[in-house]
Design a protein around this ligand. Structure first.
Ligand code: ZN
Length: 656
């Protein structure tokens, strides 16, 4: 591992915490050190309390801050002596410990300190750094891992047997330091967890961190564990998107709520998923219990997710006396490995499903190295259970569970790059849904900077393009729960006497043919939606109140409307609801330029403002207004409504 310390760069980090901030960022930028944002740092300084007394202050990284993005604000100042004394206690619950850490803050407005603060306190050196290096995890995940670590480092590290994060590992570290600290000690190895290094300065601690990790990497490179060339995995198996949606439904049933499922088809995941020994290797447990909650892993046992949930419940029943928290977590797996699917990662929202993917991808690398070294060995299942049912870990899950109305669900929105389609996508994202946005516009991918949005340029009149786009969308999020059909074509006005067959056919192709085709593609997915599928169709005032010159638009929109009504009839037995909205005079869309608005207003002898409010309620109607009604129709409040037609036009006497 390269030592990236640069004195010039370091000088740009000013203030008393600058050096530690810089060291934190350097470590945070090494992916193989900080699996999923792990690791922390601290520095001890003299300070004064409110009485003017000199005291020792431990500035320790706050929990929730990522090392790679550290700022001085991300450190919490703690009363060092008070924290150090905690390690003398025989027993302390982790909730009580977390309370003590908060109570020891010297600034009440500072963020809450890392749960590993006790370890930072019991190390007497001024600067302390902590990471979770892949290389060290691989070496410790073998039967004689401890011997190997002793062989590599000798007296330079103190080894602490695995103990759960929080108070237990803090106390265990203090005990081992008293017993084994020598003049040569520059670090502490926490078995199956990570590495601490320390020194007078953050620079010294950093150099030692890189040095020790490099030795572990060299040890692996010089052994049988060095990377073998991974054979090509060949073609990516073509999985039917309905099969993936069915898998997601099973996961969601086990979770008791809709889950996002992300299929990973990179070479690493695919090759791992096809190992002959997959069932053995992937069921031994994660590389560190700290990951257990994110990576409950199932090698696909005949794709029997329901069976997995039952086994999980039984496992919980057998072990629940050990749990420090008593609530059973949902038995849904988070990582599913299968030779055809590859790796599928799941979670209550896109962020959680992606986090499981990130962690497990790195896990694969560590497992493979340990396996080549001496056979991958995880801690006994009790330790995993212990951590999974740890009160602080459950509190973490509760934070993840803060959800929106549609969290865990997936919507397809057509015409998502602009106008009403874009507003609907925005509204659904805001309410927690993941959105697959389809649009003829090549820029649809950039519509929202949000991992829950996947924009795919797609000509919906092409069956092949539409099918490919749905494959990509379902691969990303696992299924489809909702459709908002907003894509439409508004041909130029022309009287019937001037009928243009090309323009007519084009309107029909987009507004009717593509729409019915999309519905037919989506039905097999909507029937697999955990909370039943829903469709919202963006119609038009013209369905009931056509205007002269708009024969192609009015006729095509009316045909689509009739299709929506038939779908409501046909799909009711599947629990799928189909409702339509009929907007009129929505002027904040690409259709309406300032010039066009001025021209129309002028034609009626009105100001633009008056023209926009030309309806019974005399109010303006925006895309966002339409989107809110659409979201309500898709939501639970309308769970007993299908086949409805809701005008959104401020009231129109021709429609009423
Ligand atoms: Zn750690």
């Amino acid at each position: 591992m390269k030592n990236r310390w640069n004195d010039t760069e370091e000088k740009t980090f000013e203030g008393p915490l600058g050096e530690c901030t810089y060291a934190s960022r350097l470590l945070g930028s090494e992916r193989s050190l900080v699996l999923h944002g792990g690791g922390n740092s601290s520095i001890k300084r003299r300070g004064k309390n409110v009485f003017g007394d000199d005291i020792d202050v431990l500035w320790v990284k706050a929990s929730g801050w990522d090392l790679a993005q550290m700022e001085p604000d991300g450190f919490a100042p703690l009363d060092l002596d008070r924290i150090r004394r905690l390690a003398d206690l025989e027993e302390l619950s982790d909730l009580a410990m977390a309370n003590e850490l908060r109570a020891a803050k010297l600034d009440a407005s500072a963020p809450d300190p890392s749960v590993e603060a006790i370890i930072h306190a019991v190390i007497t050196d001024r600067a302390v750094l902590h990471t979770h290096p892949d290389a060290l995890l691989a070496i410790s995940s073998t039967t004689d891992g401890r011997d190997r670590i002793e062989e590599i480092y000798g007296d330079r590290v103190v080894i602490v047997p695995y103990a759960r994060s929080g108070f237990r590992v803090g106390r265990a570290t203090a005990v081992e330091l008293v017993r084994n600290l020598s003049a040569d000690t520059v670090g502490i190895v926490l078995m199956n967890h990570g590495l601490f290094t320390f020194g007078d300065t953050a620079h010294e601690a950093y150099d030692r961190m890189i040095g020790l990790v490099t030795e572990a990497e060299r040890y692996l490179a010089g052994s049988a564990a060095s990377e073998e060339a991974r054979g090509s995995v060949g073609a990516i198996p073509n999985v039917d998107r309905s099969d993936l949606a069915r898998l997601r439904l099973e996961i969601s049933k086990a979770a008791g709520k809709p889950f996002i499922a992300h299929r990973h088809i990179d070479e690493v995941s695919l090759a791992f998923s096809r190992r002959d020994d997959l069932e053995s290797i992937a069921s031994r447990g994660p590389i560190t219990p700290d990951h257990v909650i994110w990576t409950k892993t199932v090698p696909m046992f005949g794709r029997d997710i329901a069976g997995y949930a039952d086994r999980y419940r039984a496992y919980y029943e057998r072990n629940k006396d050990r749990a420090s928290a008593t609530r059973m977590l949902d038995p849904a797996p988070r990582v599913i490995l299968d030779d055809q699917f590859g790796m599928v990662t799941a979670g209550p929202d896109v962020g959680a499903a992606d986090a499981a993917g990130d962690i497990y991808l790195q896990t694969i690398g560590v497992i493979e190295q340990a396996e080549r070294l001496d056979g991958y060995t995880a801690l006994p299942p009790e330790d995993f259970f212990d951590l999974e049912y740890w009160e602080l870990e459950q509190a973490k899950l509760d934070r993840v569970a803060e959800t929106g109305e549609f969290t865990g669900e997936v919507a397809v929105v057509t015409g998502a790059a602009s106008g009403i389609g874009r507003a609907c996508a925005r509204e659904l994202l805001d309410r927690g849904a993941a959105v697959i946005g389809l649009d003829i516009s090549p820029t649809v991918g950039d519509t929202f900077d949000d991992t829950a949005f996947l924009g795919i340029p797609c000509d919906l009149t092409s069956a092949e393009a539409t099918s490919d786009a749905l494959d990509a969308g379902v691969g990303r999020f696992g299924g489809v729960d909702m459709l908002v059909a907003a894509a439409g074509l508004f041909p130029e006005s022309a009287p019937i006497a001037d009928h243009d067959p090309v323009a007519w056919r084009r309107a029909m192709a987009v507004n009717v043919d593509a729409f019915v085709q999309l519905l037919s593609f989506l039905h097999p997915l909507l029937v697999l939606a955990p909370r039943k599928g829903r469709v919202a169709v963006i119609g038009s005032k013209n369905v009931t109140a056509p205007g002269p010159g708009a024969s192609a638009y009015s006729a095509s929109k009316t045909a689509a409307n009739q299709i929506a009504r038939v779908a409501a009839l046909e799909w009711a037995k599947d629990g799928i609801r189909v409702n339509s909205v009929h907007p009129d005079a929505v002027f904040d869309t690409a259709l309406w330029t300032d010039e066009l608005l001025a021209e129309r207003a002028d034609r009626y002898g009105l100001t633009i403002d008056e023209y926009k409010r030309r309806n019974l309620l005399s109010i303006e109607i925006t895309s966002a207004d339409v989107a809110r009604v659409v979201a309500e129709l898709l939501g639970d409040r309308f769970s007993r409504v299908t086949g409805a037609h809701v005008p959104i036009d401020g009231g129109n006497d021709r429609v009423i």
